[in-house]
Write a protein that binds this ligand. Structure first.
Ligand code: HEC
Length: 150
């Protein structure tokens, strides 16, 4: 091999490298999509109420303070696993009542703690929102977050 990088060798490295990484990127994208569709997403439990709850989540910009599965703001706790934190996997009714109670009780205005504002949500919106949080908790995140606190 010559010591000098010729123009054609440089071009081949450029095109070959671009092609290699493009194929790798496309393959990983396809694999991620496949994993989401077949493994991580519980599509049977994806009811209309869960979808409605996602809209309530978006309309009220909960993500401006909270993160969900790591996405969002880091002012307030991660909510992707809040259903587990409230004991929903052991007792769904208590967790639902606890979450509703928490949202209704705001603002707590405890000195030294961050404040969550009051949201005017009716019973149907609250139920849908909690269905959404429950469903999100069922996503197979491969043990993320590493601690229950998120
Ligand atoms: C302005 C910021 C802000 C917004 C917007 C906000 N929250 Fe919060 N939320 C907080 C803070 C701060 C806490 C933690 C308060 C504490 O621990 O005293 C909290 C806590 C919570 C908790 C309890 C979490 C836990 O682990 O105990 C839930 C559930 C929750 N928020 C749901 C929501 C939902 C649903 C929305 C949208 C409708 C929302 N929040 C919008 C600031 C916000």
């Amino acid at each position: 091999m010559s010591d000098v990088l010729t123009r054609s060798a440089a071009r081949n490295i450029f095109y070959g490298g671009s092609l290699f990484f493009f194929i790798l990127f496309a393959g990983l994208t396809a694999h991620t999509h496949w994993y989401m569709v077949t493994t991580s997403t519980d599509s049977e439990a994806l009811t209309d109420s869960v979808k409605r709850g996602k809209h309530v989540w978006e309309e009220n910009s909960c993500i401006n303070c909270h993160s969900i599965l790591g996405e969002g703001a880091y002012f307030a706790p991660e909510l992707g696993n809040v259903w587990t934190r409230y004991g929903g996997r052991e007792n769904a009714e208590t967790a639902r009542a606890g979450l509703k109670g928490w949202i209704r009780a705001q603002p707590l205005n405890v000195p030294g703690r961050r404040v969550m504002p009051k949201f005017d949500l009716d019973e149907e919106e609250l139920d849908a929102l909690i269905d959404f949080l429950q469903w999100t908790d069922s996503i197979d995140t491969q043990d993320w977050p590493p601690t229950p606190a998120g």
